[in-house]
Ligand binder design. Structure first.
Ligand SMILES: Nc1ncnc2c1ncn2[C@@H]1O[C@H](COP(=O)(O)OP(=O)(O)O)[C@@H](O)[C@H]1O
Ligand SMILES: [Mg+2]
Ligand SMILES: [Zn+2]
Length: 265
C-alpha cells in the first residue's frame, strides 16, 4: 500500500453536535506527520463561502462543488524525535465538497508544493497539506494553510502607495518563481476592493498572496527589470505583473491622492 498521511478534523468540538472526519493525503504523497485540526465557523457566516454561495449547514451534505473557509487550530500525532511546536498553531482550512472542486484544490496543492515551495511563509502561506476522502458518498477535500488574520478585505480602503509597493514586490516574486496567479488584477485603469481578497496579511504583518486554484506555471515575459514601455508587455503572459507595476507607478507619480479610480466592489 502506498504510504499516506491522515488528518482528523473536528468541527464544533465544544458543542453537542461535534463531528469528526478523517481524510487522507494522496497515495504515495505522505507528509511528515498525521495532523489533527479543530475547526470553527468564521463570522459573518455568508462571507466565507468558497465557490458558489449555496452552502448548507452540513459539512458533507448539500450542493456539490462549493466549500467553506474555516479557522482552525492545528496539532499532530507525536512522531519519535519530532519537534515541539508552540501551540496553538492557527490555520485556515479550505473545505470543499464535489469532485471538480476537490481537483481544483489538488491543483492548488501542487502549486504550493512545487513552484511556490520556497515562497511559503514569505509571499504565500505555509502549506500544511492537502487531504481527501469520500464521506457518505460525497467527495471531500481540504487544504490546510497558515492563518492570515488580516483577511478582512471587505473593510480595506483604497490601497495606498506602500500597499501597492508591497503587492508589486510580492507579484514579482511570484512571477520570478514561474507562477501566474490569474485573479489578482482585473483592470489597468482602476483598483477594486474585490482585488484585496487575495492579498492578505500574515501574523508577522507581511503580505501573503492566496488562492492558487486558477494559477498557472508561466515563463515570465516581464523579467525583473522595470518595464520600459508598459504597453509592449501587455501580452497575455505578463499582464498580471504589468498591471501591478502600472498601479504602483501611478501611485508614485500621483502622490498620496493619486487619481486611479477606486471601485468599492
Ligand atoms: N490562509 C488564509 N488565512 C485567512 N483567510 C484566508 C486564507 N486563505 C483564504 N482566506 C480568505 O478566504 C477567501 C477565499 O479563499 P480563496 O482561497 O480565495 O478561495 P476562493 O476564491 O475559491 O473562494 C479569501 O479571499 C480570504 O479572504
Ligand atoms: Mg479566491
Ligand atoms: Zn510574468
Amino acid at each position: 500500500m502506498a504510504p499516506r498521511s491522515s488528518i482528523d478534523i473536528t468541527f464544533d468540538r465544544a458543542s453537542q453536535n461535534a463531528k469528526m472526519y478523517r481524510l487522507w493525503s494522496d497515495p504515495g504523497k505522505p507528509y511528515a506527520r498525521n495532523l489533527i485540526a479543530n475547526l470553527s465557523e468564521l463570522p459573518p457566516y455568508g462571507s466565507w463561502s468558497l465557490g458558489k454561495d449555496d452552502w448548507k449547514d452540513d459539512h458533507v451534505k448539500g450542493k456539490e462543488n462549493c466549500g467553506r473557509l474555516y479557522h482552525g487550530e492545528l496539532s499532530w500525532y507525536p512522531v519519535p524525535g519530532g519537534e515541539v511546536v508552540p501551540l496553538p498553531l492557527h490555520v485556515a482550512v479550505k473545505w470543499m465538497r464535489g469532485e471538480r472542486m476537490v481537483n481544483q484544490l489538488r491543483h492548488e496543492a501542487e502549486m504550493y508544493m512545487g513552484p511556490l515551495h520556497r515562497l511559503q511563509g514569505q509571499v504565500v502561506p505555509i502549506f500544511y497539506g492537502f487531504f481527501t476522502g469520500k464521506i457518505e458518498g460525497v467527495h471531500i477535500g481540504c487544504i490546510v494553510l497558515e492563518w492570515c488574520p488580516g483577511n478582512e478585505w471587505m473593510t480595506f480602503g483604497k490601497p495606498d502607495q506602500k500597499e501597492l509597493a508591497d503587492r508589486w514586490e510580492a507579484v514579482q516574486l511570484l512571477h520570478r518563481a514561474g507562477v501566474k496567479h490569474g485573479q489578482l488584477y482585473k483592470r489597468r485603469d482602476s483598483l477594486r476592493l474585490w482585488e484585496g481578497r487575495h492579498f492578505l496579511r500574515a501574523r508577522d504583518g507581511k503580505l501573503r498572496i492566496v488562492d492558487f486554484q486558477q494559477a498557472r506555471k508561466h515563463d515570465c515575459a516581464g523579467s525583473m527589470r522595470p518595464h520600459e514601455d508598459l504597453n509592449i508587455h501587455l501580452d497575455h503572459k505578463c499582464r498580471e505583473l504589468c498591471f501591478a507595476e502600472i498601479h504602483l507607478r501611478r501611485a508614485i507619480e500621483g502622490g498620496p491622492d493619486f487619481k486611479t479610480p477606486w471601485l468599492p466592489y
